[in-house]
Design a protein around this ligand. Sequence first.
Ligand code: NAP
Length: 481
Amino acid sequence: MIDSALLKSSAGYIDGKWCGADSGRTMPVVNPATGETIAVVPLMGRDETNRAVEAAAGALKTPAPIAQRRNWLVRLADLVAENRAELGRIITHEHGKPWKEAQGEAEYAANFFRYYAGCVDHLAPKKLTERPRDHGWTVHHRPAGVAALITPWNFPLAMLAKKFSAALAADCPCVVKPSSKTPLSMIALFSLMEQLDLPPGKANLVLGAAGEISGAICEHPAVRVISFTGSTPIGKKLLAATAPHLKRLALELGGNAPFIVFDDANLDSAVNHLMANKFRGAGQTCVCANRVYVQRGVADAFAAKVAERVNALKVGNGMDDGVDIGPLIDRNAFDKVRRHVDDAVSRGAKRVAGVDPVEPKGDHGCFFPPTVLRGVTADMLCVNDETFGPVAPIIEFGDEEEVIAAANATEYGLAAYLFTADDERAQRAIARLSFGHVGHNTGTGPTAEAPFGGMKHSGFGREGGLEGLHDFVEPQTVASS
Ligand code: NAP
């Protein structure tokens, strides 16, 4: 069991109180590196979720002044930053990523609270300076209603911070549903939030059965916004389930990021960026390069540099010193990554770094050797589906036209990267890439200050930037004579 001052209550949180499941049912939280059960948390369902929504609807009746919201956000940013080591330790225990990387996730989460603390003034009522129709016009930014926030396991703290910071700025009370694989980071955040003295119902935490919880969220009339980060198939299910109830959906879904290296690029820099981008979280991030396109003339040199770096990566328990890559989240993830590598090799790709993985003993301890593949072609699974693992498939290309067409030949449109010394070519290519986030000579991902989100089947809505407030705000215009 994990012992932490931030996990004194391994429970949900409804209407200002920690609580278990009505049924008394529980579910284990397992360390993916060791298979050890590190906590037991409530397995809640429909009734608890309805109560959480009603508590949130109650909180909606008392608007919080802008200054109060700013104070909450600043305090939360400070608390998360001050507790990054312990939050990071909890993230590593439930997710598996290296501790240093997990602390980076906590800092990234804190940035969102701090950024939106600086933005709340944008939500103050605005008077139009002109007087159309001889009226005074005021635009208010009302909270859109109760917001349900559903998050995945791959950034157990940061994915919620993106949503919750914007919701709190907009004064939307929330019902938070984290992944059942990683609920502890959320319990830790809620225990820190006790120091804010939020009104009861402002933030509620339900843990457990996704189907029952999302059923209640989709049907309850008080829920006006559902902000979901996760896989595209579940996003589509939510879209269908909420259609009769006309709820506002923000969907941050899957990706299949191309990473394009032209022959005039600074290869060493491109390799550095690929290493940081691709292998973070053991390749289990929505923005990590899934397909690496390298122009033919530099493919040998680039692949050799990447292979050398990948062979030096240390795989192991994320709490151990010097570990670069932790385990995959579970056996299903491991089987998918292995299927992608086996499929590529059976169709003629060559493994130039990495070895056959050791068969895990059960559902956990699923360590996958970081792998580089060459000779990858468009028909392979690893090109067409999100691998979500530490595999870099290298695909050679001839010219700009060919690589832009290949990069866009996916239903996803989340992140893309391109490396070239030719700025004109870069601008031409970027304009044609159908991806919400593009790294130009960088593999960097999202930041609190900029809107981030997907095109096509990677979803809609944006998180970060002023645009990240839109999903939680209902503009109301008052014309007065
Ligand atoms: P997932 O299986 O879709 O689960 C995401 C969340 O949805 C979890 O909390 C899960 O709960 C819940 N859920 C499961 N079934 C549901 C249902 N029927 N209705 C409502 N919620 C349901 O995704 P994941 O495996 O956790 O995360 C990996 C995926 O997320 C990848 O595709 C990745 O690209 C994507 N992602 C996207 C972004 C982005 O910004 N676009 C960021 C991070 C990750 P349980 O855990 O309890 O099942």
